[in-house]
Design a protein around this ligand. Structure first.
Ligand SMILES: [Zn+2]
Length: 222
């Protein structure tokens, strides 16, 4: 049987093929960056549950904790198996921080751990801890790729935080200090512009406001 394909011929057929290819590319790209399997609401593992060490009593609540407007994404740059206790130990006993530096930590299976109190500034991005919320993925994303569960939970967590704080920007640690740190690792950093777009946030460091507490004056060159 002869089937008429007259209206599909020539440029018309090309447009159909190009159109389907474009749609396929969009879905493929989306799936590669922020896949949307519904893992359900995560449980946030409290400091007591993961056995956090007491923060140094010199760590006091800030006067203006409501100014969080930027999410800064980090990696621990440690083994994927090294959790919040390991990170807290490095931060407090090797670097001299008053507590774990990040507000949240996410492990390789997407479990979320409560970090430093949200009533205090973090210690995660030198010179820019005011106004910035620190979230770290366990592992080293210069070497490994973030797991789907981690990406889904990171997005979920930021969406939850957007309901609590007037967040406007999302950036990787290295965006604040180009050339000075590999954090959050190239494999994670590469995904952040797409994540910001999907969340309706601006990608970059522009949301930062105000000087770091206790700092004399912010060096505008930094
Ligand atoms: Zn970092």
């Amino acid at each position: 049987m002869l089937i008429s394909v007259g209206h599909f011929s020539g440029r018309g057929l090309f447009k159909w093929i190009a159109g389907f290819a474009a749609i396929g590319l969009v879905f493929f790209s989306y799936d590669q960056f922020w896949p949307a399997p519904d893992l359900g609401p995560p449980k946030i593992i409290s400091r007591a549950e993961w056995g956090a060490e007491q923060a140094d009593p010199r760590l006091e609540p800030d006067q203006d904790p409501e100014v969080f407007n930027t999410v800064v994404v980090h990696h621990s740059a440690m083994l994927l198996s090294e959790g919040p206790r390991d990170i807290q130990s490095v931060h407090m006993h090797q670097r001299g921080f008053l507590d774990i530096g990040y507000h949240f930590v996410i492990d390789g299976e997407g479990r979320i751990y409560e970090g430093r109190s949200l009533a205090t500034h973090g210690a995660h991005v030198a010179g820019h801890n005011a106004g910035t919320l620190g979230i770290a993925l366990m592992g080293n994303y210069e070497i490994i790729e973030p797991a789907t569960e981690q990406r889904v939970r990171l997005k979920w967590l930021i969406q939850a935080l957007m309901r609590k704080y007037p967040l406007t920007h999302l950036a990787g640690h290295g965006d604040f200090a180009p050339g000075k740190t590999l954090c959050p690792g190239k494999n994670l950093e590469a995904l952040l512009p797409t994540l910001a777009k999907e969340l309706g946030l601006k990608f970059g460091v522009g949301g930062y406001v105000g000087p770091e507490p206790g700092a004399p004056a912010l060096n505008p060159a930094l």
